[in-house]
Design a protein around this ligand. Structure first.
Ligand code: FO1
Length: 320
């Protein structure tokens, strides 16, 4: 494989799994992860960046593997005391995790960018893969529900994704600028762009909708490959399938391909969805069928290798 960069667009838990697999297969300088910051919010005066942190914890081997988010071996004294004081306790901030949010909030208050603070944390934790927030400006995902608009973490954590979703708004996105580090890599040094199996509507779309991002991806010579988060009509994790159903979209990998049509050159779908190959190909999208469910590290590495093999095939003229 040539030595261009593999750029992964990632949300939280699902995306981080494939990113970890990629980190085992590629030298760190060849991998860049662009993270969704639409989930970011302020809580107790602290700036929380769940998807970026999930990727950082995962790559630093500090993640709580059972939850997928937060730190391993976490303690919860802060939350217990907060609860005893009658404070808000719907969003769980572990004691160790708090240090990260405090450091970031302090750094931002001192005038550092989110990119700079993220690089500082990466360096401290020995994460050599470049983790780049999609932009440095504040973007807030709002879930339009039948009960009215909900800030993303209120919808996702507090209300457990129960309200019926009717659409999504990304507040502040029109004033945001695609991270220049990501755009430069996409434009000048990308050999593959991978849309990880994160939620297309609330994890990947914010990244794609930051002004400057989609045009950079479309202009890139590198193939854009999406991994479907929908397998056998259900989402591996999270509310993607529920959202599709509520938006009146059939819950299938074919619809994920349609969602990304015009942007992606190829798509990786699971073996159980093999029957969808002709219809996805009819959209002008090359398809690779493999096992996409990542139960353990072996699965993550295997899927990473499959995606990279597809990318190499596309670079060698397989592009439709
Ligand atoms: N997810 C939950 O389901 N419950 C929580 O209490 C929770 C706390 C939390 C704290 C820090 C952090 O970085 C992430 C956290 N998450 C929690 C995960 C996160 O909010 C979501 O997984 C993402 O925003 C969706 O990708």
């Amino acid at each position: 494989m040539s030595a261009g960069k593999v750029i992964a667009l990632s949300g939280g838990v699902g995306g981080a799994k494939l990113v970890l697999g990629l980190s085992y297969v590629l030298p760190p300088e060849q991998l860049m992860v662009v993270t969704n910051t639409g989930d970011d919010f302020d809580h107790f005066g602290l700036r929380i960046c769940p998807d970026t942190d999930t990727v950082l914890y995962t790559l630093a081997n500090l993640a709580d593997k059972s939850k997928g988010w937060g730190r391993v071996d976490e303690t919860w004294t802060f939350m217990e005391v907060m609860k005893s004081l009658g404070g808000e306790d719907w969003f769980n901030l572990g004691d160790g995790d708090l240090a990260l949010h405090i450091l970031r909030t302090q750094g931002l208050a001192q005038g550092k960018t989110l990119t700079e603070v993220t690089a500082q944390v990466s360096k401290a934790w020995g994460v050599h893969v470049e983790v780049i927030p999609m932009c440095d400006q504040s973007v807030a995902t709002i879930v339009e529900t039948e009960n009215g608009p909900l800030a993303f973490q209120h919808y996702f954590v507090r209300d457990r994704c129960e309200p019926v979703a009717k659409g999504f708004t990304f507040n502040g996105i029109e004033d945001a600028v695609a991270n220049p580090i990501a755009v430069d890599a996409i434009t000048h040094s990308a050999e593959a762009i991978i849309i990880t199996p994160s939620n297309p509507f609330v994890s990947v779309d914010p990244i794609l909708k930051v002004p400057g991002m989609r045009s950079a991806l479309q202009a890139s010579k590198a193939p854009v490959i999406a991994v479907s988060p929908i397998v056998g009509g259900v989402a591996i994790k999270g509310p993607a399938a529920k959202m599709m159903a509520e938006l009146g979209i059939p819950t299938s990998a074919l619809e994920v391909a349609r969602h990304y049509q015009g942007l992606i050159d190829a798509m990786v779908i699971d073996e159980v969805d093999e029957h969808l190959v002709p219809e996805i190909q009819d959209l002008g999208v090359k398809v690779c069928v493999t096992q996409t469910v990542m139960n353990d590290l072996h699965d993550r590495i295997k899927l990473a290798k499959d995606v990279l093999a597809l990318s190499e095939f596309m670079q060698n003229g397989g592009r439709q």
